[in-house]
Design a protein. Structure first.
Length: 154
């Protein structure tokens, strides 16, 4: 494929170059700087195997991922009611990424509102063995309780 636009792996090739530029000559590179890629577009999850060869881990942007997997604009009053992080398609994407990343000894974290807004979603993430979650301060206590309960089940 001569046209990089028609090559699905072209994004991962470009990312490899970007990471190299980032850490080249950096004092932090020698100190163990880890570089994570955002997983907020389905393509980054579909190509997770390739991205595992380049990056140290993934950070799931749950707001954008949900919007792009479902094809809805969360800010539009016309379709906002079908925007749902608990949708099975979104959860399958996240679950797939965690499995692939862990197979390659890569970490996965999540930022975005989902774990804070839906403690049951945070519990599900714990069941999937996600490595870290970003939470809003007002949700921490409830989420910790749900996650602890989910982890006891395992």
């Amino acid at each position: 494929m001569d046209d990089p636009k028609s090559d699905p792996a072209a994004g991962s090739d470009k990312a490899a170059g970007s990471k190299s530029e980032l850490v080249a000559g950096s004092d932090k590179a020698a100190a163990g700087l880890e570089v994570y890629v955002m997983a907020e577009i389905p393509a980054n999850i579909i190509l997770a195997e390739e991205f595992c060869e380049i990056f140290d881990g993934f950070s799931i942007g749950s707001n954008d991922l949900t919007q792009l997997v479902l094809g809805v604009d969360r800010d539009s009053e016309l379709v906002a009611h079908i925007y749902d992080e608990n949708n099975e398609a979104v959860k399958r994407q996240i679950s797939h990424l965690i499995k692939v990343a862990h197979k390659h000894n890569r970490k996965v974290g999540i930022c975005g509102q989902a774990p804070s807004d839906y403690p049951e979603f945070a519990a599900w993430l714990a069941e999937q063995k996600i490595d870290s979650m970003s939470l809003t301060p007002d949700s921490i206590v409830e989420v910790i309780k749900r996650v602890a309960k989910a982890e006891k089940k395992q």
